[in-house]
Design a protein around this ligand. Structure first.
Ligand code: ADP
Ligand code: MG
Length: 824
């Protein structure tokens, strides 16, 4: 049907450069049937006409209306991939890039050689690829290699409403790239797709698009959803409330799937467990549904382990995501009223009794879940059972689950918060936005009228922000600023961001990059105004270019750039890879489901503590601290062949170790392409570093993490007992501490550098490494004041240059810490 409708329109197209061919697609009849039910199909002609007539098009439509799966197919059929250019689709989440490429390949009856994906570590793109799904970070890297993106004829930016940092930057860059391409006679299209209707940030931003692009709205066949607010808002135990509400829905309301929104993986598992206990699923009634998900995970791991030749799909998303993992800090003190259930019946019963006549098929869904497990939600539940998916906000827009009639919304979301001034980050559960809450409610009205149970009052809802903030306003931007400088965008302040990061954040980023030597220093003389301006438009330095080519944040990139000294590179690569992966140790402090599990967990905690001590080493190597533990863990795991067994026995996350392995390979390639003369390679049987290498490593770490220096509180400063064993940092008024699990917890060195400060019960430094005081004035000259002027730049880590100059005193300028006199 598509070709007949769009054919004549195409022929009448004014622009000769537009594709004028039709590529037929041979779909299976059942696929064709289900496509015809998707609202976006009704708009195909409107969409394709808008694309032909305009370089930029914005497409809005409810989740599930078919945007992601169908629009690439429309473009393919209209010939956008038949010339030299292909169709590129970006997703903020890895899981979406992978699963959507598979789905579209299946719908089009084409091989994954043609409809492919590329995510950070893997992909199946070939020379035959015509439709390429990728994460937004992957496309950003490609822009660095080829600014005009000549491989593509169309770029679709999907899920733009998520406002991930890379998505925002890509839209800004493409707003410039597309006109450039058109000018060169190589026309290109940009389609921005979004679930919610707040597209004004894109369309009304004249810096971005001088003339507003057309906005096409796809009206989804959305059925009415009755929203039920709680009269009161539970303060603490909202997971208990979620559990009870779900039980009541299952007991009392007519058939239809239930979708529960919670904030994190731990909550999802706890509610799944309680529901499965309340409504046991008899064996044989349908697959292994009643098994505990951790067993499922084990089975999956085992199965996967046997079939290592299959590509592994990584569910960890890019850095730009609502985070599922992290500390379980709760937001307290919102509303101290009790709870209230509206489904009649008194709410007194806490643990529901088993009722085998009502089978409930409970499935977890979160971004780190194995793909096989995730795919289950798309299949119909076993006969007679009601589907109940307990999810984090991945189910909000990225994936559409069929057959949902009831939504239970806890109203909260877990996010990583950064304090822009202090650099402290923490995971907090906070209220979601009105737009997200409505999006969640909408999940229930896809196939028939639905119900959404909000476990908070309408007054609380009224206080929610209208929309979620763009991520770019909430995180440090030094990595983005470096990437942009590498694209020769020197005046980052003038970049057409859909939402501009705060001036403060941009200044802080620029300063850090100058301190790291990634940008040329701004002039220190001249008129104040000019100096101000110059400070915000420093061009990239040669070191900065090298750093920008490493796919890690600038502090770590600096370490890689310095790593070749004393043959330290393989170690630096391993440490940086390990620091970049979210968490390499298994979470053994999780709540246990049973006494048996609890004692097993205790055993494994003891084992992990023992291994940490072993990996930390003794004497000289101990001073590298937590980074030595990381290095030891990576070394030991690789030596053992990086097996699941080794990881499980030693408290390491298998997924994390595999990711580290990939990242080591990737970083090694990156380093080799920057300085081929070094010729580093990944060695599985890497010997531990020598004493002098450990010293060198500590210095390299200091050079990268210089702005994360902390000094132990001195005896005379101990007026307030809270400062006991505390450390001072340049930017915080409060003490920070070495975590009890740290290798340096007992050592308490005078100076340390840390990877980050994470606020949990206290402000704890993560990734701590000891620093010798005399290194600070030598390696961090940019942060120090000297007794006499410094005339020669610091000879990086170079002892062989001999004495250059002698200073009597030096201080760490931000805090006036006295440092030892140094000879240079
Ligand atoms: P949108 O991008 O507008 O949210 P999608 O294109 O993702 O919509 O989804 C369109 C339809 O395709 C939905 O009904 C969804 O359930 C279905 N769908 C998507 N992926 C799969 C899959 N892997 N298996 C079965 N159905 C799927
Ligand atoms: Mg989509």
């Amino acid at each position: 049907e598509t070709s007949e409708e769009s054919g004549p329109a195409l022929a009448s197209s004014k622009k000769t450069s537009e594709p004028a061919i039709f590529i037929s697609v041979d779909r299976l009849p059942e696929i064709q049937d289900s496509r015809l039910r998707l609202p976006v199909l009704a708009e195909e002609q409107v969409i394709m006409e808008a694309v032909r007539e305009n370089s930029f098009v914005v497409l809005c439509g409810e989740t599930g209306s078919g945007k992601t799966t169908q629009v690439p197919q429309f473009l393919y059929e209209a010939g956008y991939a038949s010339g030299t250019g292909i169709i590129g689709v970006t997703e903020p989440r890895r899981v979406a890039a992978v699963s959507m490429s598979h789905r579209v390949a299946k719908e089009m009856n084409l091989s994954t050689r043609v409809v492919s994906y590329q995510i950070r570590y893997e992909g199946n793109v070939t020379s035959d690829t015509k439709i390429k799904f990728m994460t937004d970070g992957v496309l950003l890297k490609e822009i660095q290699k080829d600014f005009l993106l000549q491989r593509y004829s169309v770029i679709i930016i999907d899920e733009a409403h998520e406002r991930s940092v890379y998505t925002d930057i890509l839209i800004g860059l493409l707003s410039r790239i597309v006109p450039l391409r058109n000018k060169k006679g190589l026309p290109m299209k940009l389609i921005v797709m979004s679930a919610t209707l707040r597209v004004e940030d894109f369309t009304e931003n004249r810096k971005l698009f001088p003339t507003p692009p057309p906005v096409i709205k796809v009206e989804a066949r959305q059925f009415p959803v009755s929203v039920h607010f709680n009269k009161r808002t539970p303060l603490e135990d909202y997971t208990g409330e979620v559990f009870q509400k779900t039980c009541k829905i299952h007991r009392m309301l007519p058939p239809g799937g239930i979708l529960v929104f919670l904030t994190g993986q731990a909550e999802v598992h706890s509610v799944c467990r309680r529901l499965r206990r309340a409504f046991p699923f008899r064996r044989g009634e349908g697959e292994e549904a009643a098994t505990d998900s951790s067993d499922e995970m084990k089975k999956f791991k085992k199965a996967k382990h046997k079939r290592t030749s299959l590509p592994r799909i990584d569910l960890d998303n890019y850095s730009a995501l609502p985070v599922d993992e992290g500390d379980e800090d709760r937001l307290a003190g919102i509303d101290d009223e009790g709870s209230d259930l509206e489904l009649g019946d008194d709410a007194a019963d806490t643990e529901e009794k088993a009722d085998p006549s009502l089978p409930l098929y409970v499935l977890p869904l979160y971004s780190l879940l194995a793909p096989e497990q995730q795919a289950k939600v798309f299949r119909p539940p076993p006969h007679g059972a009601r589907l109940c998916v307990v999810a984090t906000n991945v189910a909000e827009t990225s994936l559409t689950i069929p057959g949902i009639k009831y939504v239970v919304d806890c109203g909260r979301v877990k996010k990583r918060f950064y304090d822009r001034v202090t650099g402290v980050s923490s995971f907090k559960v906070s209220w979601t936005s009105q737009a997200s809450a409505n999006q969640r409610a909408g999940r229930s009205g896809r196939t028939e009228p639905g119900h959404c149970y909000r476990l908070y009052s309408s007054a609380v809802f009224g206080d929610f922000s209208l929309f979620s903030e763009a991520e770019i306003t909430r995180r440090p931007v030094e990595d983005l600023v470096l990437q942009m400088k590498d694209l020769n965008i020197d005046k980052v302040v003038n970049f057409p961001f859909p939402t501009t990061p705060s001036a403060e954040a941009l200044v802080a980023a620029e300063q850090l990059l100058v301190s790291l030597g990634a940008l040329e220093e701004p002039p220190r003389t001249g008129r104040v105004k000019e100096m101000e301006r110059a400070r915000l438009s420093c061009p990239i330095s040669p070191l900065g270019r090298a750093m920008a080519s490493f796919p890690v944040s600038p502090r770590y990139a600096k370490m890689l750039a310095l790593g070749k000294q004393q043959d330290c590179l393989p170690y630096v690569i391993a440490v940086v890879a390990a620091m970049t992966v979210r968490e390499i140790f298994e979470d053994l402090d999780r709540p246990a489901g049973s006494e048996d599990e609890s004692s097993k967990l205790a055993q494994r905690r003891a084992r992990l503590a023992q291994m940490r001590r072993l990996w930390a080493g003794q004497g000289a190597s101990l001073l590298l601290g937590d980074l030595m533990v990381l290095l030891g863990a990576v070394g030991a795991c690789e030596f053992a062949g990086c097996t699941l067994k080794f990881c499980e026995e030693n408290g390491l996350r298998y997924k994390a170790m595999l990711e580290i392995r990939r990242l080591r390979g990737q970083l090694t390639n990156a380093v080799n392409s920057v300085c081929p003369e070094v010729g580093v390679f990944v060695d599985c049987k890497m010997a531990p570093p020598t004493e002098s290498q450990v010293v060198c490593l500590r210095q390299i770490v200091l050079a990268g993490l210089g702005d994360h220096l902390a000094r132990r509180v001195q005896q005379e400063e101990l007026l307030d007992p809270k400062w006991r064993n505390g450390y001072k940092t340049p930017l915080l008024d409060e003490p920070v501490y070495i975590h009890p699990s740290s290798a340096l917890f007992k050592t308490l060195p005078q100076f340390v550098v840390y990877q980050e400060v994470l606020e949990t019960t206290k402000m704890y430094m993560r990734g701590v490494s000891a620093v010798e005081p005399e290194w600070v004035p030598q390696l961090l000259t940019q942060y120090c004041h000297f007794g006499s002027p410094l005339e020669t730049p610091s000879p990086w880590l170079c002892a062989s240059t001999g004495r250059v100059k002698c200073h009597s005193t030096s201080t760490f300028f931000r805090c006036g810490w006295q440092l030892p006199a140094i000879e240079m």
